[in-house]
Every structure is written in C-alpha cells, then in structure tokens.
Design a protein around this ligand. Structure first.
Ligand code: SF4
Length: 405
C-alpha cells in the first residue's frame, strides 16, 4: 500500500518534520535531511508514538464520560475479572453479561468453580460456544486452588503460566486487578491503533502482534495502566467501531491517520479467514416410551464433553431412508410400527471454521436398546428432564426445546 501513495505535502508534529514524496519520507532533524524507505507496513504517519503525547490523555478524558457501567468494572478481584474476560472473549458485552452474572452468582469464588462438576460448568456455559474454553476455565480454577492456594498470581508473567490464560487475559488481569503496566491487545485495540497510527500490518497475522504490542506498551501511562487499557478497549467498542466509527465527534480526529487520509474503512487490514467447510449431521433421535438416548461427545472434534444424539455424518444434505434404517439396526434397534412418522427437522449452526447442517430424524423404537448396544455406541438413556439438564451444543438444546416445549 505505501508504494501507491503520492503525498507531496508537509506535515509537522513535535520536533520532527516529515516530507512525504512518493513512497519515501524525508526526515529533517536540525537542518539535516535523512531519507529512508517506509517500513512495509507502516504508512508515513504524522503521528508516531514518540510524538503522540495527546493519545493517552485524550482516551483518559473520554473514558469516564462514555464508559458503560458494567459489574466487572467495580471490582479488583482477579477471579471476577478473569471470569468476565474469558466470557467476553466469546461474545459481546450484552450477550455475555447474563453469563457473567450467572457464573459469579453460582460460583462466587474460585474455590466454588474448581469444586463444581465439569458437566455442570458446561451447562452454565451452554450457548457461548467454544466449549474447550469452558473446560480450560474449569481446569484453571482447579490449578489456582491447587498450585496457588486459591489466590491468582499477581504478575503478568506468572498469570501466563495458568492454563488457557493467554497474553490478552494475563494483561487484563495484571493491569485491572494489580495495576501492572502492561498493555492489552484485543480486536478493539488493534483497530484503534491501526487507524490512529496508520498501521497496515495484517492484524490476523501472528507476526503483527509484536508491532502492535510495542506500540501499545509505548503509549500506556505508568500512572494509570488499568484505566488506559479499559479506555482504549471501550473506545474501540463504542467510538471507533468497525463499520461506522463516530469520527465527527472523536477526540482523536485531528491526529488520526485513517481519518485524515480517508482510510477509515481500509484500516485495520485483516486477511480473510479461510473458507469454512460444511458438515452434514444426521441425528437419530432414538426414543422409547419416556426414554431418549444421547451420548457424550469425545475428543478430537467439536463439542467435546457435550451431549448429542446418535450421529451419522455424510457428504450430502440428504440421508437415504435405507441408510437411516441401517443406522438404527446397527444399534440393535427396531422401528416401532404403531407410531406415525414425525417430521424431520433441519437446523443450521455456524462455527468459526465450519457450518453444521443438521437434520433430526425422530426414531421411535419398538423396544429399549440393550445395554451392550448402548455401550458400543456410547449412548445412555435419559428422561426428558435429565436430557434438558445435560450440557449440550446449542443446536441440540434448541431442538430439544422445540420438541419438548
Ligand atoms: S477519527 Fe474515526 S477512525 Fe480515527 S480514531 Fe476517531 S473514530 Fe476512529
């Protein structure tokens, strides 16, 4: 992108003067001119961190007037902060809030969460998706109790040793709970920095992280690291939004490279995620009397540890009737002949890298399934109430809600 720029204007900021000419800026220091090629992913920004004393004060002035009142902002308890951050990595604030309130009420301390059965934790997490995150959260709680006597580590470096705690979460806890000067980087922060400082590095590329982290670390003030981190994330969430940022009333407008150069919609640069594949799930909803059969999903696929029905996965949206019959007979089951056929329901679920097109085939059995067949298929018998209380992918929960409403 820099190679296409044809700036011929002068820009003044602090003690430096930049002269943009084609793709080479000329830096003038004390009468000397030094020309050098642009970095491949930093545009000739008039506003670099070293000359951006306006940045932190503008955000810190903006934040108290615009921030949303959220429960995790009233605490310095690292457990509560950690809970909120894990949930907010999954969903937006509005959707995440009831989950946070549910978790903090059900498990007020890390000891409570650590002692809870995994199925119960997954059930509370149900609907947030990415269930490995819930399992990691549960394991982390147990690790904190076991290895840290129930007290979260109080430094960024130590926090990184916890399972499932990455750089973002460690920075958030370290700064919000312990006041450590370490900058957070989330999607909102990437966007604000890319726009204000004209950074064209691909924010989806892992290699870009260091560049953004160095910049954010240079900007964060030692006197207010927690407020700064909160402010920049909130600013990205409600002012410098992805699609329609409020540039007109933005306190950074005059310094913002993207605004000044008409590149708000181009920044940040983010390469497209790889195309998602479609999977076709055919669920056999096996029932006999008051009993319904479900199984716990194993590792190495989506929804580990959650419950769904007997599954046949195919390459096509349709399941031939004979295949359905074969699947039932392979479980040792026989179709009941005295019940009218029920309609097949189709539901779709979109995950980050795959789409699931699911069809639910109600199957009434003539007799209960025998124990050896259940064991071989990993199925277990449940009542409707029990099935309702199991942790399930939201797709299954939605289906069950429709048939047992
Ligand atoms: S001027 Fe617009 S693009 Fe720039 S920081 Fe403000 S809201 Fe974001």
């Amino acid at each position: 992108m820099p190679g296409k720029l044809l700036f011929t204007n002068w820009g003044h900021k602090g003690t430096r003067t930049f002269w943009f000419c084609n793709t080479f800026p000329t830096f003038r220091f004390a009468g000397f001119c030094i020309s050098k090629p642009l970095s491949p992913n930093i545009l000739p920004n008039i506003s670099t961190p070293a000359t951006a004393p306006y940045f932190a004060p503008a955000l810190l002035e903006w934040y108290p007037r615009h921030r949303r009142d959220l429960p995790w902002r009233h605490t310095q308890d690292p457990y509560a902060i950690w809970l909120s951050e894990v949930i907010l990595q999954q969903t937006r604030v509005k959707q995440g809030l009831p989950y946070y309130l549910d978790f903090i009420t059900t498990y007020p301390t890390v000891h409570d969460l650590a002692a809870a059965p995994e199925d119960e934790v997954l059930r509370h997490w149900q609907g947030l998706g990415y269930y490995s995150r819930a399992r990691n959260m549960h394991h982390t709680a147990q690790q904190v109790v076991r290895e840290y006597d129930g007290k979260f580590p109080d430094t960024y470096t130590e926090l990184l040793k916890l399972r499932g705690v990455g750089q973002y979460t460690a920075a958030a806890i370290a700064s919000f709970a312990f006041g450590e000067k370490v900058a957070v980087l989330d999607g909102n922060v990437y966007r604000v920095l890319a726009r204000v400082f004209g950074i064209t590095a691909d924010i989806a590329a892992p290699a870009s992280r260091k560049q953004f982290q160095t910049l954010a670390d240079a900007l964060i003030p030692a006197a207010a690291p927690a407020e700064f981190n909160q402010a920049i994330m909130e600013f990205g969430a409600i002012q410098c939004t992805p699609v329609k940022p409020d540039c007109l009333f933005c306190p950074l407008q005059q310094h913002c490279f993207a605004f000044q150069h008409g590149m708000v919609q181009e920044l940040p640069v983010k390469s497209k995620a790889k195309a998602s594949r479609t999977r076709y799930f055919h669920y056999l909803v096996l029932r006999h009397g008051e009993t319904v059969y479900l199984k716990k999903r194993g590792p190495k696929d989506i929804w580990q540890g959650l419950y769904d029905f007997a599954l046949t996965e195919t390459d096509a949206a349709e399941l031939p009737p004979m295949a359905l019959l074969d699947a039932v007979e392979s479980l040792g089951g026989q179709l009941a002949t005295d019940r009218a056929a029920e309609p097949v329901q189709a539901l779709r679920h979109v995950l980050s890298h795959q789409k699931v097109e699911a069809k639910f085939h109600p199957v009434w059995l003539r007799q209960p399934l025998a124990q050896p067949a259940l064991q071989a298929a990993g199925l277990a018998a449940f009542t409707a109430t029990e099935a309702h209380d199991l942790p399930k992918p939201i797709l299954i929960a939605n289906y069950i809600d429709t048939i047992w409403k």
